[in-house]
Design a protein around this ligand. Structure first.
Ligand code: SAM
Length: 392
């Protein structure tokens, strides 16, 4: 009998650092184009924007990343840089636009995978309000773009997630969207999160979503909390149809326009508001709408969660007696003058609705269109009602 010795060969973990290189084209603030190469796109763009980058981009900031190509070696990236630098502006623009002939060396990278942009909803207070899928995706993607990286890091450490973070907020939205698109183009999956709730809802997101879609990348929602839906569902007000107005505009003219529209809106309306302005806004709504029913949801899913339901004057008194603190959602009942098929709105009502909008700063034509939409009346009928009541 033969005994075959079994040798245990120790498995060695070999850490392979793969450095990638990028050739990129930037657009400067004066419209000129700059081509370069780097092994860290984000750092390089920040450098150009700090005025310490190439001589050419100094005084021409902020620069915007328009195009990047990934290469496995510095030599290839440099060669591509030299090649692009020789091109006319027109041809460079063609590269930016994604002309296949011009970007023929995609094969050199051996990377045909295009990344996916995931829109991950995160908790609006209670850290447990995050889906299993969101946690998996946040763990699996190459990069998380977060509104405030310090804030998101707390959530990630709570769940032991160590994915790299990059900032994406309202002040760098446009430029940073280009950077994220370049990452998707390099085959990386990116997750977008905001400080709380659903990205893009009164939060940054729109810019990168629209650019990603325009360039043919997959954009995948990973749904979860949003303060507006959370507040609506517990408000006790009709949930079948509703309008989300976000934060009311601060500029008076715009604010009046929205308020004028709200007066005749028959669907439930949802607003976001800060603790500093909540009482003033509720008073403004009462002046406009009288004793309308309202639910004010405060600190949803957090320790001090509170939903104050009642008519506007009572809810105002509550917050005058109890200093408003935290985050607020206002859910407002729609107007009750709902037209039905059996009782179409009267000409005087239609005309009054138009007059209310015009008083709020609406253009007359726009106001007629809006009233027609709100009441389900033909535009020419609303117009006729305005003329009829005018001539009376
Ligand atoms: N993206 C978020 C979402 O999906 O709801 C909204 C972000 S917006 C910048 C922040 C506002 O949302 C707050 O000022 C407040 O009006 C509302 N909000 C967020 N969290 C809330 C909470 N836990 N309770 C009440 N309102 C909240």
């Amino acid at each position: 009998m033969y005994i075959i010795p079994i040798y245990r060969i120790p498995l060695m973990e070999v850490a392979v650092m793969t450095v990638k290189f990028y050739t990129y084209i930037l657009q400067c603030s004066d419209g000129s184009l700059y081509t370069g190469y780097t092994n860290n796109l984000e750092k390089r763009i920040t450098k150009h924007n700090s005025g310490k980058g190439a001589k050419f981009t100094r005084g021409r900031g902020p620069v915007q990343l328009m195009f990047s190509e990934e290469f496995p070696s510095k030599e290839q990236a440099m060669a591509r840089e030299t090649e692009i630098k020789k091109l006319t502006r027109h041809k460079k623009l063609k590269i930016i636009k994604g002309d296949k002939e011009m970007t023929g060396n995609k094969q050199m990278t051996g990377n045909n995978k295009r990344g996916t942009l995931y829109l991950c909803a995160t908790p609006i207070g209670n850290l447990e309000d995050i889906t299993l899928r969101a946690l998996r995706i946040l763990r699996e993607v190459s990069l998380i773009a977060a509104e405030d990286t310090r804030h998101t890091r707390k959530l990630l450490s709570y769940y032991g997630i160590h994915t790299p973070l990059t900032s994406y907020h309202e002040h760098n939205e446009k430029g940073k969207a280009r950077f994220l698109i370049a990452e998707l183009d390099a085959g990386k999956d990116v997750a977008l999160v905001s400080d709380a709730g659903t990205p893009g809802i009164s939060d940054p997101g729109y810019e990168v979503v629209s650019q990603a879609l325009e360039e043919g990348f997959a954009v995948t929602p990973v749904p979860g909390p949003a303060a507006l839906i959370t507040a609506l569902t517990c408000s006790g007000l009709p949930t079948d149809r509703f309008v989300f107005e976000g934060f009311l505009p601060r500029v008076k003219k715009e604010r009046n326009r929205v308020l004028a529209r709200m007066k005749s809106e028959d669907r439930t309306q949802i607003l976001y508001e800060s603790p500093r302005r909540i009482i003033k806004t509720l008073q403004e709504l009462q002046e406009l709408l009288g004793d309308r029913r309202v639910a004010v949801a405060r600190e949803l899913t957090k320790i001090h969660e509170e939903v104050v339901r009642g008519v506007l004057p009572d809810v105002i008194s509550h917050f005058q007696a109890n200093n408003p603190k935290g985050e607020f959602v206002i859910v407002l009942e729609g107007t009750k003058t709902e037209p039905t098929e059996s009782s179409p709105p009267k000409a005087t009502d239609l005309s009054q609705m138009v007059a209310n909008l015009v008083a709020g700063g609406w253009d007359k034509k726009e106001a007629i269109r809006e009233v027609a939409r709100q009441t389900g009346t033909a535009k020419n009928k609303v117009y006729a009602a305005v003329l009829e009541t005018k001539s009376e």
